[in-house]
Design a protein around this ligand. Structure first.
Ligand SMILES: [Zn+2]
Length: 156
């Protein structure tokens, strides 16, 4: 697997959003600065960080890095749009598992019958499974609210 972005340990939420947007993202809550820098170099990935020290260190070592200063997820996504021109729309064929960065594939309704709450199974027809951790996804409330937030950021 190659990564588009390496994200520091303070930006777990951002990492999840970027994966849903279809980017391949490395994130580990316990990662060390040096390993983030070397990983970003190895993958020619951009390092996204809130940590000024890490940011300057990465630049010194010739790694492309973005320092985000926003507090809310919304502010951070805007900064990434402005700095990196990331797309702020969800293409379900490219979406990655927010938990583990695995790829999602479409599965049949029958296949997930015992894996999702009954009410969900009855109300949705399209399901996706992560090829790495096996998590099951559907376009429920959470997904719709993400879409709404993205729409509103694009409108700003
Ligand atoms: Zn997964």
């Amino acid at each position: 697997m190659t990564y588009d972005f390496v994200v520091d340990s303070m930006l777990g939420k951002t990492a999840k959003w970027l994966r849903v947007l279809g980017y391949s993202v490395y994130y580990d809550a316990n990662s060390e600065d040096d390993s983030l820098i070397s990983l970003a170099r190895k993958h020619s990935a951009k390092l996204i960080t809130k940590d000024r020290k890490l940011y300057y260190k990465a630049l010194e070592e010739g790694v492309k890095a973005i320092l985000v200063t926003g507090v809310s997820n919304r502010e951070i996504l805007k900064e990434l749009r402005d700095e990196l021109n990331i797309r702020l729309s969800i293409n379900i064929d490219e979406t990655r598992c927010p938990k583990c960065n695995g790829l999602l594939y479409k599965t049949s309704k029958e296949q997930v019958k015992d894996m999702v709450p009954r009410r969900v199974w009855e109300n949705y027809d399209i399901f996706f499974v992560c090829n790495k951790c096996g998590a099951v996804y559907w376009m429920g409330k959470h997904f719709k609210s993400m879409k709404k937030i993205l729409d509103s950021i694009r409108g700003d």
